[in-house]
Design a protein around this ligand. Structure first.
Ligand code: ADP
Length: 701
């Protein structure tokens, strides 16, 4: 049928119960919070990452349904309900909202009426006539509101009405006492359906009972068809409208009823014929058809459309009313969408201007419209219809949240100082404070903070990187160790033989041998001994020993190491400064291995101070962990050596003096103890080695 631009049909679904017409299809929700961001009344409750609709705050404006890319937010479908009505044998009457020319752009109005009738409706009306009646009532009551009378908020838009009732209850007395065009038209239809006898009985407010008495099976059914989700909620609160179909659902109804709209026999809409009320879905339509002027400069009338602007205005009005301050504007014409032609259930992607063109084009094609007074004169038989309506404040009281609770919640996402509150709105709330309040009320979750999640992610990534580097290093050392151990093992035996024969040769040569031969034999023995030291170092580095933990006095271990190192400073050039933590408890470590670490680090420190200096040894320990620092006043560690200091064979000592294995062995031992060893240069000169070892949790006493 229609070739209007493709648009994702508004997702509909069955909703067994619920006070509002928007709901979440849980399995489709993907934690993007776009519904929280788009919801003007913050009626989305996020629990365990699942965004549900809070019926106490939802005004069924449909914004979340439009914004949800996953179709997790859906509109209650009334298709089966309407099919049931049509099949029930009850006389069914359809009323189409005045935005239809912008919705079904390829279909003549007469053909649309014919297609709807072909589904089984007895009559097909234009809601625009209800709009004419409403406009006339506004003209009479509100064209000139005296300054001493309360200001008035228009009520055709169900989202505006719900918003006032649920969020700004102090404004309820200011809602216009005139029902919506849908309700007015339903009362017209019911009066017509009741025939002359029922005339004058139709029409009542939200709390009315059935307009036409009689057995349920004979009671006329009235179905509204339009671009609005909120109308579904409005209809539930009245007895005049039985069901509301969106334009998408009407298309589904055609298909389900086997009706091809393109082949439907055209027919006119059923009377009464609509007038200027057809302009209702376009900005300022109500005022235009009510003959109420709105002057930008100083009008007592203000038109406000769009959810953001409407919410901002209601916020201001609510505050002024609570504070008892005057409001100069007399009549506020409010629509939650940019006119009903921008309603959430419009079935195409046409621009606002194109839609307006289609609506105005339809009006222009019809007989010339009348001004409000001429219209009234031509429709006197309808002027007595009761258009009254009542509204109920329904706001749920929310106690204020204590300041310290807000601060505590903010702190959970690292917001301690005012500048930490980025107010980025990614969570859907206008400020970090608003979100903290929502967390306190149990409708939002701490994890909804994007900057907080990003910083946690960055931390996680850097710790993964760190661990990766450590792993690579450990793997390198392990494989190098294995290879080295293999080589060392192979060399060890022939080396022992070389050494033994070198000593034998020395003995055999005796004192009478030529000096050259004695020197050669001596050199062979010396170099073989040196090689054995290297091989021993390699085997130490590569050994796969287990840590044999036992309660150890760390200070005593350090004392033994220092005593053993005394021989390295035979001339007494080194001053030893110790600062050992006397209150340090004993720790479960492998004393033999740890002694090796202390010996190595202390020996290195003494060796880098051949001309004398100060060796510092500090220990600190609390239950569970201890740290030992060994400092010297030597030349410090060359900067280029620092990153690879604990790698095997890194040495600056001359050949024969160092193997470059000492620190890598220390590293392996400390790691096996689950600790860390770091090297740094001290600001005042010299190096500092710090060893920290944490005891495993299952500490035995
Ligand atoms: P080695 O002592 O056999 O060279 P180590 O692994 O113990 O092997 O040390 C590696 C290198 O680290 C040393 O050659 C030296 O250059 C550097 N180094 C170790 N301790 C110190 C220190 N306290 N001050 C400056 N450099 C040091």
């Amino acid at each position: 049928m229609s070739t209007s631009p493709a648009r994702r049909p508004l997702p509909h679904g069955p909703l067994a119960d619920g006070r509002v017409s928007v709901f979440t299809a849980g399995e489709a929700c993907r934690k993007c919070y776009s519904c929280v961001r788009s919801c003007p009344t913050k009626a989305i409750v996020v629990r365990a990452g699942q965004a549900d609709v809070d019926p106490d705050r939802c005004i069924s404006c449909g914004q979340c349904v439009l914004m949800c890319s996953q179709s997790a937010k859906r509109v209650r479908s009334s298709l089966e309900e309407v099919r049931g009505l049509l099949a029930s044998g009850r006389p069914c009457h359809a009323m189409i909202a005045p935005s239809f020319p912008a919705a079904f752009i390829d279909m003549e109005p007469g053909r649309l009426a014919g297609a709807v009738a072909a589904c089984g409706f007895r009559t097909v009306h234009e809601v625009a006539f209800g709009a004419d009646l409403v406009s006339h009532a506004y003209h009479r009551r509100y064209a000139a509101i005296a300054p001493d009378q309360p200001f008035v908020i228009s009520t055709p838009c169900p989202a505006v009405v719900s918003c006032v009732e649920k969020i700004y209850p102090e404004l309820v007395p200011h809602l216009a006492d005139v029902c919506s065009p849908m309700e007015a038209m339903a009362r017209v239809v019911r009066r017509l359906a009741a025939g002359p006898a029922g005339a004058g009985r139709a029409g009542a407010g939200h709390t009315s009972t059935a307009a036409v008495a009689g057995p349920e099976s004979a009671r006329p059914a009235v179905v509204f068809i339009g671009p609005c989700v909120g109308k579904k909620d409005e209809a539930r609160r009245t007895d005049t409208v039985d069901a509301v179909l969106t334009f998408d659902e009407l298309t589904e109804l055609f298909a389900a009823s086997g009706v091809d709209p393109a082949a439907a026999a055209p027919r006119p809409f059923d009377p009464p014929t609509a007038g200027l009320g057809r302009i209702y879905p376009v900005t300022g339509g109500l005022l235009k058809s009510a003959g109420i002027a709105s002057d930008v400069m100083e009008s007592p009338v203000l038109i406000v459309e769009g959810s953001d602007r409407v919410m901002e205005l209601l916020d201001v009005l609510g505050r002024l009313v609570r504070e008892g301050k005057p409001v100069r504007t007399r009549l506020f014409d409010l629509l939650f969408c940019d006119g009903c032609i921008a309603g959430p259930a419009m079935p195409n992607d046409l621009s606002f201007y194109e839609r307006k063109k289609y609506v105005v084009g339809y009006i222009d094609r019809e007989p010339r419209y009348l001004g409000v007074e001429e219209w009234a004169a031509a429709n006197t038989r309808w002027l007595d219809l009761d258009l009254s309506v009542s509204f109920t404040p329904m706001a749920v009281a929310e106690p204020p949240v204590p300041e310290e609770d807000i601060r505590a919640i903010l702190a959970r996402t690292g917001k301690v100082r005012p500048e930490d509150e980025l107010n980025c709105r990614a969570c859907g709330y206008a400020s970090c404070r608003d979100k903290a309040i929502a967390v306190h009320r149990g409708i939002a979750e701490v994890e909804m903070c994007l900057p907080y999640l990003i910083s946690r992610l960055e931390d996680a990534i850097s710790s993964i990187k760190e661990n990766q580097e450590r792993l690579i290093q450990a793997e390198k050392l392990a494989s190098m160790g294995q290879m080295a151990a293999g080589i060392a093992h192979e060399i060890n035996n022939p080396l022992g033989v070389v050494l033994m024969y070198a000593h034998l040769l020395q003995e055999e040569l005796g004192d009478g041998a030529p000096p050259r031969a004695r020197e050669d034999a001596e050199r062979i023995a010396r170099e073989a001994a040196r090689t054995r030291t290297i091989v021993q170092g390699i085997l130490n580095f590569a050994r796969e020993e287990k840590v044999d933990r036992r309660p150890t006095d760390i200070n005593a271990l350090l004392g033994d190491s220092l005593a053993g190192a005394r021989s390295l400073d035979a001339e007494g050039r080194i001053r030893v400064e110790t600062d050992l933590d006397a209150s340090m408890p004993s720790f479960r470590v492998d004393p033999r291995q740890l002694r090796q670490v202390f010996d190595n680090v202390i020996r290195n420190a003494i060796e880098v101070m051949p001309g004398g200096g100060t060796l510092g040894v500090v220990s600190r320990g609390l239950a569970g962990a201890f740290t030992v620092q060994v400092t010297d006043t030597g030349p410090g560690i060359p900067e280029d050596l620092l990153p690879k200091l604990f790698t095997p064979f890194v040495t600056t000592k001359p050949v024969g003096r160092g193997t470059g294995l000492g620190l890598s062995v220390c590293y392996g031992i400390v790691k096996m103890h689950g600790g860390s060893i770091t090297a740094s240069n001290r600001p005042g000169g010299g190096a500092c080695f710090e060893i920290t070892i944490r005891e495993p949790a299952e500490r035995a006493t």
